[in-house]
Write a protein that binds this ligand. Structure first.
Ligand SMILES: [Zn+2]
Length: 122
């Protein structure tokens, strides 16, 4: 039976897209404590926490700043890594390296500039 771990944003009920979900699922352990990572392609933020730093946390692209300021408040005296402003190491789901450069560029441009169906071509 397949077990599917559900990830959610700390600050809203957003769920990652399928590819970002694969990234989060593939990197649930093995990283150093108290570090931020960028979970791509969705641009989610992971806080690895560990020990006195509490549990792992995730933030959707809209709430990355809320998560970091939250962590600053609670953990800045415990661990200087909390104050890391990035850029953070990027994590990608397994298999993404199979994309060629053109596909990857296209995918990234969609993530950063989602197409607006209603805007007319100028
Ligand atoms: Zn959110």
């Amino acid at each position: 039976m397949a077990v599917r771990v559900l990830f959610g944003c700390e600050h809203c009920d957003a769920r990652p897209d399928a590819d970002t979900q694969r990234t989060l699922q593939g990197h649930q352990s093995g990283q150093r404590c108290g570090a931020y990572f960028d979970a791509q392609p969705g641009g989610w933020l992971i806080w690895t926490a560990g020990g006195a730093l509490g549990r792992r946390r995730y933030a959707c692209p809209e709430h990355r700043d809320d998560l970091t300021s939250d962590l600053h408040k609670h953990y800045r005296s415990l661990h200087p890594g909390v104050l890391d402003r990035g850029p953070y190491p990027e994590l990608w789901p397994d298999g993404f390296s199979a994309l060629d450069d053109r596909e990857l560029t296209q995918l990234l441009s969609q993530v950063r500039n989602p197409p607006r169906p209603s805007s007319p071509m100028a």
